[in-house]
Design a protein around this ligand. Sequence first.
Ligand code: ATP
Length: 332
Amino acid sequence: IKKIAVLTSGGDAPGMNAAIRAVVLAAHHYALPTIGFFSGYNGLIEGSSSALTPASVNGIIHRGGTILKSARCPAMLTEQGLESAATTLKKEQIDALIVIGGDGSFNGLLALNKYWSGAVIGIPGTIDNDIDGTDFTIGFSTAVNTGIEAIDKIRDTAEAFERIFIVEVMGRRSGHITFNVGIASAAEQILSFENFSQTDEQDKLSHLAKEIKQAQQNRHASYIIVIAENLWPGGATQLAMQLKQTANIDCTACILGYIQRGGSPVAKDRILATKMGVAAVQALIAGKSNVMIGERNNQLLTVPLDVAVQHKEKVSESLVSAQENILALTAQ
Ligand code: ATP
């Protein structure tokens, strides 16, 4: 390979800049020129790009977001869009494309591969940690820390006003953020995909009401429920309304939302991103394609892209069981 390209796609995640920096610096080390496409796959389709040199990635490791911008790109779901993307890559004489993003972005790479013969590599960059084949994705650790900081602050008010809060956190359809944030902020309840199914909504509601009333009787000053987005129909706001209507319990709903996506990446994300960025360039040089860079038990590895997008990775049972055991104790 003689020339590589990199882009960031899907939801931005803290540490994406650290990954771009590592790709550019490693490519420079191996004398490979690099260009960056802007705004996810839109940059490919529209031919919007810029050469990336060590100077262009100077001073970005600590910055949230992504200097290449990110976006969704519905045109990638069409034949015409995929053909335009392939045409741009050929015109720019790109031999390999590295995409930093989530599972959707990897599906984009798999689709593009049918229209373009260059090598493709994915780097898992998403706060959701919902990608198979890697223990952690870039951005997850920062998002968890941001969630904890926010709930620590909410706890102060909850304690002072003896109030019940329902805090909704991100994660799309995965409970990694919910469980990690919930446990680390000593939430009284965690409601996530691992311990809830749609069919037991009514049971869960009456069980929750019972537990809250028990805690009130036991004079717990504050009570925090951490809930995964997309879990309860209508989310935290609706759950608060239902608890009021069915059990006369007053709750304050708080949706953490986008603050979880931003901010300076924590050390763990900067280091993971740097290792993965370098590994991506090395994998290309070793002739690999159609793979994602992952890390298992502190060992970097490559995972076929079609495996990475399967969504089998679940929150570890030890985490779910830890919460259940702690709950049993705190309820007393
Ligand atoms: P996150 O989950 O963190 O937001 P993501 O990469 O999963 O990240 P998506 O919005 O699912 O985010 O996907 C990003 C982009 O990838 C889409 O906007 C689209 O351009 C492209 N993409 C997703 N699925 C496909 C597909 N099946 N074929 C072609 N392109 C796709």
